[in-house]
Ligand binder design. Sequence first.
Ligand code: PNS
Length: 162
Amino acid sequence: MNKAVFPGSFDPITNGHLDIIERASKLFDQLIVAVLINPEKKYLFSAEERIELIKKTTYNYKNVIILSTADLLVDFMKENDIKIIIKGLRAVTDFEYEFQMALMNKKLGPDTETLFMITRAENSFLSSSSVKQVAMFGGKLDGFVPDEIADSIISKMKNYRR
Ligand code: PNS
């Protein structure tokens, strides 16, 4: 089976992530969205919440599955027999970080390949951090995250601000 992994923090998933998931799911038999748990990182949403939000927005993509891991990405890939990493690129500013990550993953897992998909222009300014900030200050999330999860993000951020 032709498989790929789309790894990330997804804290929370945005329309930018969803667009990559939709487009990548058409290129592979199976796309595994891997929710990474990094003990060094402070997430706003728990791993369970991040997974739940992704599930709510991807249930109609039949070949997309959501898993989480606290392992190195290449180890997760080996365990799940995946060779391809999909990453979304928004702008030149993403490139340096992604370039470094791709080379590190190649070193750690020589039989893996990182493939980059350029984000749609309308999502190119979107990030999980900016979505959280807009919600925290009471802004609307229309067009930034899928409609079905906007309210959960807004209410989480309201509680966070208190
Ligand atoms: O959405 P993000 O936070 O930009 O995603 C980054 C992520 C989770 C893809 C990256 O940090 C990652 O792959 N973490 C897992 C640990 C790992 O394998 N790191 C690569 C070597 S430094």
